[in-house]
Design a protein around this ligand. Structure first.
Ligand SMILES: Nc1ncnc2c1ncn2[C@@H]1O[C@H](COP(=O)(O)OP(=O)(O)OP(=O)(O)O)[C@@H](O)[C@H]1O
Ligand SMILES: O=P(O)(O)OC[C@H]1O[C@](O)(CO)[C@@H](O)[C@@H]1O
Ligand SMILES: [Mg+2]
Length: 365
């Protein structure tokens, strides 16, 4: 019988469908097979900095959560222990509280920590590991932009939601002969836009990896109009921008204390304004926003998240701290956490882009 441990669990960064399925898999296998005990840490790393944000996490707590969206532990994308933001009077100050986080883990008598998150959460996990904390990671994000793993859970559900939105927008676009721009999440990676754009039959797909030229999009829209189809669907990533232009930003990194990364948004409006200078057709912009992250996970995401939750316990058993679980060629494997710092991008000369182009889809290049 392997040694029973006391493990902390936190979910960090933006939530995504499948987090609860992962927590359930982790706690169920951990309890049944290893006799581990779990401590739920609330609101990501915030739960290791602020008081009263930890609680026992038992199998009973995981009953019925498999199909639920979000995370029962809560999350935060402004709780980086290395630049933690505190309110001092009427201003915010950022401090490194990583030593206090290590002390807190000792107080909680944790034998190890399971950190579930995207690039931010996992690179923080790696830095804490370098300071001596025993940490293992599980990758998650709807953006699918993490190196080291072939897929993150959350992506499949988001792709379904965006595809359905594109399907629905087709009928209204066609009835009104409109150009519909659909702004899609993904930060600086275009995976979600590319795959849902393909699945949803977009005519134009604009990605962060391929800066667009307005003239090229206009040419495509005009070509469609002469074929007596005067509506068009443009799937545009929130991180897309015109050649020579800049990212559309809602908050700069320095505008949100503790966040450390830029908040994107508005690329659809930027593109619509540029197009309006060239075409007569009516243009509408749809920003799908957090709908893309909400609600119940798909079956595929439930399975992948369950595999990650169960699989990470093999890393713990084997003493593979400072590693994360990953999917590679269909197998669950261990990958160094340092890998998660590298971000993955759509390959503009890869199969998907090449085939899409060969079918007549414009990428605005
Ligand atoms: N590449 C990075 N390296 C180090 N720290 C980061 C990085 N990206 C974000 N962070 C920090 O990690 C915290 C969480 O970041 P973020 O909101 O990006 O979450 P995440 O775990 O990457 O999940 P996701 O990006 O999928 O929402 C933030 O406080 C941010 O300061
Ligand atoms: O939930 P927030 O803070 O608005 O962050 C939105 C960002 O998080 C994600 O949904 C997931 O990383 C990105 O696609 C998006 O840019
Ligand atoms: Mg991130």
């Amino acid at each position: 019988m392997p040694r029973s441990l006391r493990l902390g669990v936190l979910t960090g960064g933006g939530d995504c469908p499948g987090l609860n399925a992962l927590i359930r898999g982790l706690v169920k296998r951990g309890t049944h097979e290893f006799g581990h005990e779990f401590v739920g840490i609330e609101n990501g790393y915030m739960g290791l900095v602020e008081a009263d944000l930890t609680r026992p996490l038992t199998e009973e707590d995981t009953r019925g959560i498999l199909p639920k969206g979000g995370t029962i532990l809560g999350t935060s994308n402004r709780a980086n222990p290395f630049i933690y933001a505190f309110r001092e009077g009427n201003r915010w100050v950022e401090r490194d509280v990583s030593d206090a986080v290590l002390r807190r883990c000792e107080e909680l008598k944790l034998d190890g920590l399971v950190a579930v998150g995207g690039d931010g959460t996992l690179s923080i996990a790696h830095r804490l590991s370098e300071k001596g904390l025993k940490v293992v990671g599980c990758p998650k994000t709807i953006d699918n932009d993490l190196c080291g793993t072939d897929q993150t859970f959350g992506f499949d559900t988001a792709r379904l939601i965006v595809t359905e939105a594109l399907d629905r927008l087709h009928s209204t676009a066609e009835s009104h002969d409109r150009v519909m721009l659909v702004e899609i999440m993904g930060r600086h990676a275009g995976f979600l836009t590319l795959e849902s754009g393909l699945a949803g039959g977009a005519d134009v797909i604009l990605l962060p990896e391929i800066p667009y030229r307005v003239e090229s999009i206009v040419e495509k829209l005009r070509a469609r109009a002469t074929r007596r189809r005067s509506f068009s669907i443009i799937a545009i990533s929130e991180g897309a921008f015109p050649v020579g232009g800049t990212l559309a930003v809602l908050d700069r990194a320095e505008d949100v204390p503790g966040r450390g990364v830029v908040r994107l948004g508005g690329s659809g409006k930027v593109c619509a304004d540029l197009l309006a200078q060239h075409i007569e057709a009516e243009i509408r912009v749809n920003v799908l926003g957090h709908l893309q992250r909400g609600g119940s996970p798909s079956a595929a995401d439930r399975v992948l998240a369950t595999r990650y939750g169960c699989g990470v316990l093999d890393l713990v058993r084997d003493g593979k701290w400072d590693h994360m679980v990953a999917l590679r060629a269909g197998e669950i494997v261990a990958v160094p956490l340092s890998e998660s710092r590298k971000e993955r991008r759509v390959d503009p000369s890869g199969d998907l882009v090449r085939f899409a182009k060969s079918m007549g889809i414009s990428f605005g290049d």
